[in-house]
Structures are given as C-alpha cells and as structure tokens.
Design a protein around this ligand. Structure first.
Ligand code: NOJ
Ligand code: CA
Length: 524
C-alpha cells in the first residue's frame, strides 16, 4: 500500500491527556502516564495518537487557552518528557499529532499582556481591539460561544477585545503579518522536534470580517439554545480569507515531508470541502463530524455517505469521526448494541477513522454531580449548555474502585462505569476485542483502506455498502434496528459479525438473516 501516505492508511486515536493515565497521584493524566499506555494503543492497532493540548495553560478551558506555544504545562510534564514520549511512540511505529490552538491564546500569554499594556505596543494588533460603540457598549453584536457578548472591556487602554470563547481566551489577529510569522515559528518548533502533524483548533473561525459588521439574526433560533445561536455567524466564521491561512500552514508542513494537517471544522459538507484547498493544497483532512450528530437511521446515514463521497474532489481524502472531547459519547448516543454497529461503520467507511479514547471499550458518558462540574462552557451557561465533562471522564483501565487504574489519587472527574480494559481483554465477545479485530481487518484487507465505496443503500433499518479494490470485494451490512432483518447478498464468506465471534461461515446468494443490531463484513 505504499503510494498512500501513512495518515491515509492509518487510524488516529485521540487522547484527552487529563483523562488517560495519571502517573503521580494528583488525579490528572500526564505524559508519563501516556507513556505507560502506548503499548496498549499500539496493540489495539492504531497508527497515530493525537494528544489534546499540553502546552502551558492556566486551564480556563483545559489547555485550549495557551500561555506558551513552545513548552509543556507542568501538570503534564516537561519538554524532555515529551521528547521521550515521542521517541517511545515512534519506536512503536505510532505517529504523534499535537493540538495546535491558533485562533486564541490565554489572556495570560505574554503576547496578550503586552498587547493590552498600551495602544501603541508593537503587539497591539496581534489581538482584536475596538473602540466602544457610541453608547459606550460593545463595538458590535458578536456573541461568545461560551455565552454573552464576545467583547470584553479593558480598563487599561479603554477598548474592547474580542473573544469567540471565554474572556480568558482573546482571539488572535490573523491579519497581522507578525502574528502569522510567530505562529509559523510555533509550527516549526514542533516539526523540528519530530511531531508528525497537527489537529488545528477551530480553523473555520480563524479570521473575522475586516469591517466588523453585525451578524444578522438567526431566524431558526429557539429559546433554550446556546446564546450565540441567536445570530447567524456570517461575519465571524468561514470567511474567504481563511483558506489562504490554511494553505500557508500546509506549505510549512510540506517542507518537512509526510506530516499531516487536520482541521477542526463544524460546517456543512459543501463548505467543509473547501478546506482541502482548490487543488488539495489546504488541509489534508478537514474533520468530517457528520456522524457526531447524525440521526441513527440507515436511510439518513446512507445518504450522508453517498453525498460526502460525491462532494469530495478527486484529490481529497475522506475521514470520519465518531466521538471527541466536545460531544456525548457514541455508546450513550446510540446504546451499547448499536455502538458495536457504529464501530463497524467507522472502521469500514472510506477514509481515515479517528477513534476517541475509551470508545473502544464502550465507555458511556459519566454522571457529573452539579458540584463536580469542571467544564467552563457549562459553568458559564448553566442549564443551557450541555457540559462536556461526561465524555471526558478517566479511561477505565481496570475495575478497581474508586479510580479504575487511572490514578492513585482522586480523579479530576469521576469514573463513569465499571467496565474496563482488563475486564474486556481476554473476552472475545467484548467491545475491545471487536475493535481489535476490526483494526486487524483494516490492516489485512486493502479494500478497506484503499477501496472504493459503492452501492450504499438502506433497506428499512439495514444499511449496506461494498468496498472494492482490484478483485477484492467486501460487503458490509449493518442492522441499525432492534429486530432481525434479511439482507440480499452475493454468496461469500463471513469475516466478522458484531453479535458473535463466528467467522468463516457462508453467506448464501440471496437472502441472509441478520440478528437485531448485527453488523457483518463478508468477502463476496
Ligand atoms: C474546540 C475544542 O475542541 C474545544 O474543546 C475548545 O473549548 C474550543 N475549541 C476552544 O478552543
Ligand atoms: Ca498527574
């Protein structure tokens, strides 16, 4: 499979570092902890780890508020420990991807401290400063994604600054050439160390309207939705100038050989595909988040797969995401049985899959008591914003209570459930074994990695499609319903089923029976 890049052949595993493995008993995961679990990730069959932010941060948004782009936060370890971790990963043939957060810094970043110190500071225009409106209020109607106005008054110089997220996360000004140069140095700092690529935070928000025009009202807004849904984000997201920025990041990565640029982008498919660049000189993979909030319905998902495949230009490599640290876990969204179907879907679709830590053991959302809430998005929009703590609970390594092998101390968030890697390890019918088998099949069947996807159809609750490469043809059928169903197939040999460990059985020409929530992969 040599002419595909590693990130096209591979599977990415997302680690939320606070929650993966603690090594020093402070209840918060760290780099040494991750190091002790890399063998597990490699044996699972992943090819790369993406680690959510680990740079020095006051942790107002758990690392998405960066105070120094070229170092490691002491809570996670040191730069030397990071280098060791990367060496260890590379020896295991695991690539290492970092989270790059260029849209905003922490308000404690020295850049911001300088910027706010006076109107003529050389870094003044590294952030977005504006005079008040004539009535003294915010310069325009832009709203923060964490609630309230996106403008924060700053007494020191008598102006407002813009923050798309928390007031502790002032947005950087990507129209400033100096800021752009500084950010380019950040990329090079990590690339020089040997990092294999980046997941870039909120790429579609990077640049805002140059005239700071008011956003128009959103006619579809319903009371109870997050505050910023009151307005269409016409002037604060997906601005035409963003593509040139993505291109320049990509150009830097290209100087370093086979590195990967992934963009976090929540947009419609037609908007999303533009982030690949006009000729593929943009992001290698703008994240495709459609499965995160899809209705779990065969017809809907069939349409989504077909439309995405058609929308992708010929140079664009697809990708699929089933879970991340900002959305409820798949096992909670669709239930335990369908989470197994979802695993087959994720790992048999065309394109690079990204797995969220813990989904491979079917972790569900944790119950967070009101006085245990940590997520700033929830704390600042109580009752409106569904918090993100439930999907960030610690990895469940073993069944030992109260901390599941994650820490010797008190975990920063409670353990969600009692299932664990240890419990599932030797059990051939477990979710973990299913994931291992699926990842193994991807390695041994070229059709799963490089094949076309064809005949994507839904019959009632059953979704079927084929992956084809040369003479290899795989038939995939997913019963997304709670009743058994028949599926029409060519004759073939069963490779995998989610409801049993049977394989090697014959599939007959014509009607074959699928149990409730059964997904199968058949060589036909
Ligand atoms: C997207 C990240 O995934 C999320 O966790 C964070 O709160 C925002 N960007 C702000 O950086
Ligand atoms: Ca720790």
């Amino acid at each position: 499979m040599s002419e595909l890049a590693w990130w096209q052949r591979g599977v990415i595993y997302q680690i939320y570092p606070r929650s993966f493995q603690d090594s020093n008993g402070d209840g918060i995961g760290d780099l040494r902890g991750i190091g002790t679990r890399l063998e597990y990730v490699a044996a699972l069959g992943a090819d790369a780890v993406w680690i959510s932010p680990i740079c020095p941060s006051p942790m107002a948004d758990f690392g998405y508020d960066v105070a120094d782009y070229c170092n490691i936060d002491p809570i996670f370890g040191t730069l030397d420990e990071f280098k060791q971790l990367m060496g260890h990963a590379h020896r295991l043939r695991l690539k290492v991807l970092l989270d790059f957060v260029p849209n905003h810094s922490s308000n404690r970043h020295p850049w911001f401290e300088q910027s706010r110190s006076s109107r003529d500071n050389p870094k003044r225009d590294w952030y977005l400063w504006r005079d008040p409106a004539p009535d003294g209020g915010p310069p325009n109607n832009w709203l923060s994604r964490m609630g309230g106005s996106a403008w924060e008054w700053d007494e020191v110089t008598g102006q407002y600054y813009y923050h798309a997220f928390l007031r502790e996360q002032p947005d950087l000004n990507w129209r400033s050439p100096q800021l752009r140069r500084a950010m380019d140095h950040v990329l090079r700092f990590w690339l020089d160390l040997g990092v294999d690529g980046f997941r870039v935070d909120v790429v579609w928000l990077l640049i805002k309207d140059a005239q700071f025009r008011d956003n128009p009202p959103n006619p579809a807004y319903r009371p109870g939705e997050p505050d910023h849904h009151r307005l269409l984000q016409s002037y604060t997201e997906d601005q035409p100038e963003v593509h040139e920025i993505v291109r320049s990041m990509r150009a830097t990565l290209d100087e370093y050989g086979e590195r990967v640029l992934i963009g976090e982008i929540y947009l419609t498919v037609p908007q999303l595909v533009k982030y690949y660049g006009v000729n593929g000189e943009g992001a290698h993979m703008p994240f495709n988040f459609q499965l995160l909030n899809a209705r779990w319905n065969a017809n809907e998902i069939a349409g989504m797969i077909r439309d995405y495949d058609i929308a992708l230009p010929e140079y664009a490599w697809p990708n699929w995401v089933l879970g991340n640290h900002d959305n409820p876990r798949v096992a909670s969204r669709v239930g335990a049985a369908q989470a197994r179907v979802a695993a087959v879907l994720l790992l048999t679709l065309r394109g690079t899959p990204t797995l969220y830590y813990g989904d491979e053991i079917g972790m569900t959302d944790g119950d967070i008591a009101p006085d245990e809430v940590q997520d700033p998005a929830e704390l600042r929009q109580p009752g409106i914003c569904q918090g993100r703590d439930p999907e960030r609970t610690p990895m469940q390594w073993d069944g030992s209570l109260p901390n599941a092998g994650f820490t010797d101390g008190k975990p920063w968030l409670p353990i969600a459930t009692s299932t664990s890697v240890r419990e599932q390890d030797g059990d051939m019918s477990s979710m973990l074994s299913l994931y291992r088998r699926l990842l193994g099949l991807r390695r041994s069947n070229a059709a799963l990695v490089r094949g076309t996807i064809e005949n994507v159809v839904a019959y009632g609750d059953v979704l079927t499609y084929e992956r084809r490469y040369g003479n290899e043809r795989l038939f995939i059928a997913l019963n997304m319903g709670v009743e058994e169903a028949t599926v029409q197939s060519r004759p073939g040999l069963l490779l995998l089923s989610t409801v049993s460990t049977r394989s090697g059985e014959n599939f007959v020409q014509g009607a074959n029976l699928l149990a409730a929530s059964e997904a199968v992969i058949v060589v036909v």
